[in-house]
Design a protein around this ligand. Structure first.
Ligand code: SF4
Ligand code: SF4
Length: 337
């Protein structure tokens, strides 16, 4: 597998890549989730918990992830809620052998407590969704009854106590028209505990929620995060990335910087948001062959409108457009408090 510098230059220079060299892979372990977050949506405005898909047993998941590892150093395991996979514990056990360089778990945190020790030993980043500190409001958003927020905050506290230094906690927030003010408090709470903080706008399908576009409170939130970033706080993303998130401006998306895989191993082409597949990575471990199959079936890479302001799509596009920001990021990371 080519190294990160080759991959970076390949994506920077190739107008229409004929090889698939992902810099990050994302695996949807299961779409199942008990929560009912009001913003939950894939690229076609379907909440993940309503998507119908099979899942793989643990040994097939590990076989699939070996194929992912053959072409990518970094993996995010997400969902749905990954903890809803019935063999989650066995999968975590098996992940150690696959040896990803960076391994991220995203979770709502509700069912994590019994798995905490192996999880913090295995993953390099543990990403918790927190959209407000208001327990009543977040319980209502979760939709699983009173007390869900208390339980999640207790788990985050415990994760912080038991985690080794190799496991970073990230607090991830979705910015909606209904929680912008709350997120100033969430950020301060995360910062005071030494957690990293990431914020992305609510997407309705592929577009930022209409009430966020040109919204002064939304802009002020990102202005605050940019100022904090410049002060070397642990805010996710480079400064230009945060500026683009704030402005919701157009960017040139490079979907092949990512490899996104469905619960049963189907590879999205060109991206999750389009909802089309190139083939199955268990059946066809050759990702370049899958790229050709995707291109034949679904055409060349699209040129998209002002959309998909997600961490991955915008993050890689910005790094490729403004590589100097990587050096700035490295400098800020060294000084991070
Ligand atoms: S926790 Fe995630 S998958 Fe579950 S409803 Fe909320 S946004 Fe959707
Ligand atoms: S902007 Fe990128 S992620 Fe969104 S639909 Fe277009 S190619 Fe896919």
């Amino acid at each position: 597998m080519p190294g990160p510098v080759y991959k970076f230059l390949y994506h920077k220079l190739a107008a229409e890549p004929r090889r698939w060299h992902p810099m990050l892979s994302v695996y949807y372990l299961t779409y199942a989730c008990d929560f009912r977050c009001p913003y939950c949506s894939d690229g076609a405005q379907n909440p993940y918990y309503k998507l119908r898909s099979g899942i793989l047993p643990a040994d097939r998941v590990i076989a699939l992830l070996r194929n992912v590892r053959a072409c990518c150093d970094h993996l995010v395991i997400t969902g749905g809620e990954p903890l809803k996979h019935p063999e989650f514990a066995r999968i975590v056990d098996g992940l150690g052998e696959v040896r990803f360089r960076g391994l991220v778990l995203t979770t709502n945190g509700h069912d994590l407590e019994p798995h905490l020790e192996p999880v913090v030993r295995t993953f390099s980043q543990l990403v918790f969704s927190v959209d407000t500190l208001d327990r009543g409001k977040s319980d209502q958003w979760h939709g699983v009854g009173p007390g869900s927020s208390d339980r999640i905050f207790a788990t985050i506290d415990r994760a912080d106590r038991v985690r080794p230094s190799s496991c970073e906690i990230v607090i991830s927030a979705v910015v909606t028209p209904d929680n912008i003010a709350d997120l100033h408090e969430v950020y301060a709470w995360a910062r005071d505990r030494g957690f990293a903080f990431a914020a992305c706008p609510q997407l309705v399908g592929v577009k930022a929620h209409a009430e966020l576009v040109g919204n002064p409170a939304y802009k002020a939130l990102f202005d605050m995060l940019i100022a904090e970033k410049r002060a070397a706080r642990r805010v996710f993303g480079t400064v230009p990335y945060l500026e683009r998130m704030r402005d919701l401006s157009r960017f040139r998306c490079r979907p092949l910087t990512m490899l996104v895989v469905s619960p049963i191993g189907d590879v999205f082409y060109p991206c999750l948001e389009r909802g089309s597949f190139a083939g199955n990575l268990l059946d066809t471990p050759d990702l370049h062959a899958l790229l050709e199959a995707g291109r034949r079936e679904h055409g060349s890479l699209p040129t998209c409108d002002v959309q998909c302001h997600s961490a991955c799509a915008l993050g890689f596009a910005t790094v490729l457009d403004k590589p100097w920001a990587v050096a700035q990021e490295a400098w800020l990371s060294l000084r991070a408090t």
